[in-house]
Design a protein around this ligand. Structure first.
Ligand SMILES: Cc1ncc(COP(=O)(O)O)c(C=O)c1O
Length: 283
């Protein structure tokens, strides 16, 4: 059985966590050390050198996220916005990005206030309208940024159609999957190349940790460049934050299902109220 065959409930509890070989602890220890011992030859054969480059607790979290989204690898960041920033840092001045008009406002702000000054050409489009998306992607683009359901209006788009349009325009298809989580939606299965998360939300699950992540579908240049950016730009999460997020993930499917049931009950109740004109997120 491969990691991809694990049920999500099992993957959430076990993926990225092997019993500690020294003590048998079933919960991996929290590795706070920033530096790691060289071996006799002067190298770092055990794989860890300096914690900004890589850290055992972060590796556990990244392995778990890779399994949950069904990708080839993941990079954890200190916030969702740091993860989003890393995607745009892959680009050069003059590169064009097409972004869901309804994406999280912080992503718009990053693009409008910072990345446009760096020379990125940014266009917003309504991803729920196929003709608007077709128009926006008639010219080449380097990144197409989707968010579905979106924050806060819970607008939806057709992931397979967005990925196909993105690839025709020569772009990397990136999906902010924060709201759906891999329990409800796995964008790689619809052709997306990169999945982004604000781990601050459902992954952490307890409003006590900030984090972000990028999961990449295939091994290759994008994953390598993101890992290099993670190490060189340094917007990495602290080991304790990784530990907290990994702990939160253990109960992710249970929480997402309970939250979905509560939200539906609330939306149905609100939809029946005379003084409520519109409930977002219901059919
Ligand atoms: C959908 C979505 N994407 C990205 C972000 C940014 O994440 P963070 O606050 O972890 O930087 C948020 C935060 O609310 C969000 O809701």
């Amino acid at each position: 059985m491969t990691k991809r065959d694990l049920r999500i409930e099992t993957a959430c509890v076990h993926s990225g966590r092997e019993p500690d070989p020294t003590t048998g602890a079933v919960v991996p220890p929290l590795y706070l050390s920033t530096t790691y011992e060289r071996d006799a030859e002067g190298g770092w054969a055990r794989g860890f050198k300096y914690t900004r480059y890589t850290n055992p607790t972060r590796v556990s979290l990244e392995e778990c996220l890779t399994t949950l989204e069904g990708g080839a690898g993941a990079c954890a960041f200190s916030s969702g916005m740091a993860a989003a920033h890393a995607v745009f840092q892959l680009l050069k001045p003059g590169d064009r990005v097409v972004v869901s008009a309804d994406a999280y406002h912080g992503v718009h702000r990053l693009l409008d206030e910072t990345m446009q000054q760096w020379g990125l050409v940014v266009e917003y489009a309504d991803f729920s309208d196929d003709s608007a998306l077709t128009r926006a992607l008639q010219q080449p683009a380097r990144v197409v940024w989707a968010e579905t359901p979106s924050n806060p209006l819970l607008k939806l788009c057709d992931l397979a159609a967005v990925a196909a349009h993105a690839h025709r325009a020569g772009a990397l298809a990136v999906c902010d999957n924060t709201f759906a989580t891999p329990v409800l939606q796995r964008p790689f299965e619809s052709g997306f190349d990169v999945v982004m998360h604000s781990s601050t939300k459902y992954f952490g699950g307890h409003s006590d940790v900030l984090g972000g992540a990028l999961i990449v579908r295939e091994d290759g240049e994008t994953l390598e460049r993101l890992r290099a950016l993670q190490a060189s730009a340094g917007a990495v999460p602290a080991p304790f934050d990784c530990y907290q997020i990994l702990r939160g993930l253990a109960t992710l499917p249970l929480r997402v299902r309970a939250q979905s049931a509560n939200a539906l009950a609330l939306a149905e109740w609100l939809a029946g109220q005379a003084r409520v004109s519109r409930v977002h997120g219901t059919a």
